[in-house]
Design a protein around this ligand. Sequence first.
Ligand code: OGA
Ligand code: MN
Length: 269
Amino acid sequence: MLRTKDLSPLIGSELTIDADTLLTGIHAAEIRELLVKRGVLLIRGLDLSDDQLRTFTATIGKIREGAIKEENGMLKVRHIPGAQFWHIDGAYTDIPPFATVLTSRTLARQGGETEFANTYAAFEDLPPEEQEQLSRLEVLHSMKSAMNNAIPEPTLEQFKSWMGHQGVRPLVWQHRSGRRSLVVGATASYVLGMNSVDSHEMLQRLLNHVTQPKFTYRHHWQLGDVVVWDNTGTMHRARPFDLESGRTMHRFAVEGTEPMTAVPLTRAA
Ligand code: OGA
Ligand code: MN
């Protein structure tokens, strides 16, 4: 059994485990289960090398080779435009990454925390009738929607490349486990079949609901921390920091295994 401590009541657990034990993978099944249950896992002061970080990530699942990959799937995160707004990574792809592993290499002088929100807990907190209504809705997610926050006046080339990444997703993700989570955030463009004002209001209201303090955890980075999040049951954002400070994170993502699917509709005959 792993030693764990809750970071906040509804999201986040700190694990106490040494690097050698972690890298053997003997606790991998337990870690995956804990990740889905708690949304975010923190291991303080592990100080893994890039190779060790890759080895650890591979115990969780298949390493994702993203579009902007560097060094065998590892990304050096310095500035991801739009990452300071709440989002699910790759919500516009059919099968978003299952998990992301992030470690701090250079800290921001000030700010630069990462915040997480539990989208399962936020859904489960809604009244049953609202859960059912929302479960019937679909949302267009696009890279354009997320990137526009950071780059409001893109070139036509930028705009066109963003538009190559979009897709309709259920507002409520029905996971194989039977649990449901809300799918909102910066990639959400509009609710299908709803007028623009109502659609924006609904998406804003739900985003504000999910990101209430009771569903969130804010991580203050120390050097060598390793944080893993379940990208299918949480949203995250980077808090503002001075880019000049050189804040650098090294990151691997794990392939998703579940397409975002809707709750099957049960219609009266
Ligand atoms: C990411 C991300 C946030 C951060 O790596 O996907 O959103 O705090 N990072 O760097
Ligand atoms: Mn992200």
